[in-house]
Design a protein around this ligand. Structure first.
Ligand SMILES: *Cc1c(COP(=O)(O)O)cnc(C)c1O
Ligand SMILES: [Zn+2]
Length: 387
């Protein structure tokens, strides 16, 4: 079974790249996006057929890059619940509040989606060793899926990354190096290893396929609402990959005619201690600047510079969304509110979306009639320090 991928496209310079060989960035330095023959997809499969398939993210296989199903490395990722915490929604003045609970994935975060797709494509392309820097959770997820696929995974993380994520790398047999610094410093170390050993560079957005896995978040939100868009999706952005994925999901579903009407307003939240995308959005800029001295309890949001910043900013503006920074205190409060009022085990990153929704509701930027989906990207169980 061939995939429906036509090519990899550069969203900056427009150059096309061959999807049949391993690819990293475009020669202009931009991440690459996977393009599909959506007409052929629409002729081959219906949304009803998709809905009848087993409950994991591979039900959307025509919109994923893996051609041979035997290459798909799956541990049951995706098809997480879209919860409706009505008491909590009423309390914050958004009765239509929903929470996409992606903490229920393998390894306890939505990073499983990206790792499942990325490792599957590494296997399809004959890659045997991959390397990536991580703030914590991506390293754990890639280690996990690498173990399932028999692919060696090299991870570099900040020494002060969450303890569980570091321990998981050991569980899954990855080679973990700890660095004194941030994910950007870990990235420099990984680049040296790649130059020396020829590992495949699986850094966020330097490999084109993890975004496709994260795209399934958006596909699921639409399907779970009965094939339609909510008014807004609030997403906690580090590199912003998941947000770019959700943006593309709704665009592809519209092109297929599987959903009608406006796509959701895409809302980015970051922590006040590391908010380069929020700052760039507020200043009307097309790209972000490196954030000095990044600090927050939400480790996944401690990304001082995102390679796909221009795509995140484009997604926000194109959908009439916004970007908002929240304090670590507000994140702590939202974290316990989700637990106490809704029985939801949220990662601090996921809790940041509730803090953002509360702030935006108070400012009138979200209305009482809006249907708002918060993306809880991980489980509280990954953060015993915070618990
Ligand atoms: C990685 C991570 C994020 C940020 O994801 P991006 O796609 O890089 O923006 C948010 N929450 C959690 C729990 C994460 O692990
Ligand atoms: Zn380019």
């Amino acid at each position: 079974m061939p995939s429906f991928v036509t090519h990899l496209a550069c969203p900056r310079c427009g150059r096309r790249h061959d999807p049949r060989v391993p690819q990293n960035l475009c020669s202009c330095g931009s991440p690459l996006l996977v393009e599909y023959d959506l007409e052929a997809v629409g002729a081959d499969v219906t949304k009803e057929a998709v809905a009848a398939r087993p409950p994991d993210m591979w039900r959307y296989r025509e919109l994923l890059p893996v051609g041979d199903p035997a290459d798909a490395v799956s541990l049951g990722e995706g098809c997480t619940p879209l919860l409706r915490p009505s008491e909590l929604g009423a309390r914050i003045g958004i009765p239509g509040l929903r929470v996409k609970d992606d903490g229920l994935n393998p390894t306890g975060t939505f990073k499983a989606r990206g790792a499942s797709c990325g490792i599957s494509m590494a296997r399809a392309l004959g890659i045997e060793e991959v390397a990536l820097p991580s703030a914590g959770n991506a390293g754990a997820a890639w280690a996990c899926y690498g173990a399932a696929a028999g692919i060696t995974v090299h991870v570099a993380m900040p020494r002060d990354a969450p303890a569980i994520a570091k321990l998981e790398c050991g569980l899954y047999g990855a080679e973990l190096t700890l660095v004194d610094g941030l994910i950007s410093d870990a990235g420099r170390l990984i680049a040296e290893g790649i130059a020396e050993h020829g590992w495949f560079d699986a850094s966020t957005l330097k490999e084109p396929y993890r975004i496709e896995g994260k795209k399934t978040l958006g596909l699921e939100i639409a399907e779970q609402l009965g094939w339609r868009s909510p008014n807004a999706v609030v997403y906690p952005a580090g590199g912003g990959v998941g947000l770019i994925g959700i943006w593309r999901a709704f665009a592809q579903l519209s092109a297929l005619g599987w959903i009608q009407g406006r796509p959701p307003r895409l809302v980015v939240t970051q922590a006040e201690g590391c908010a380069p995308l929020v700052k760039a959005f507020a200043e009307g800029k097309d790209v972000s600047e490196y954030w000095e001295g990044a600090t927050t309890i939400a480790a996944g949001l401690r990304v001082p510079h995102a390679l796909g910043d221009f795509l995140v900013l484009r997604a926000i503006r194109e959908t009439g969304g916004t970007a908002v920074a929240v304090s670590d205190d507000a994140i702590r409060e939202a974290f316990s509110l989700l637990g106490r009022e809704a029985g939801i085990s949220a990662a601090p990153e996921g809790a940041a979306t509730l803090a953002a929704a509360i702030a935006l509701r108070e400012r009138g930027e979200l209305g009482a009639d809006d249907e708002v989906v918060l993306v809880n990207t991980g489980s509280a169980l990954k953060y015993p320090e915070l618990l």
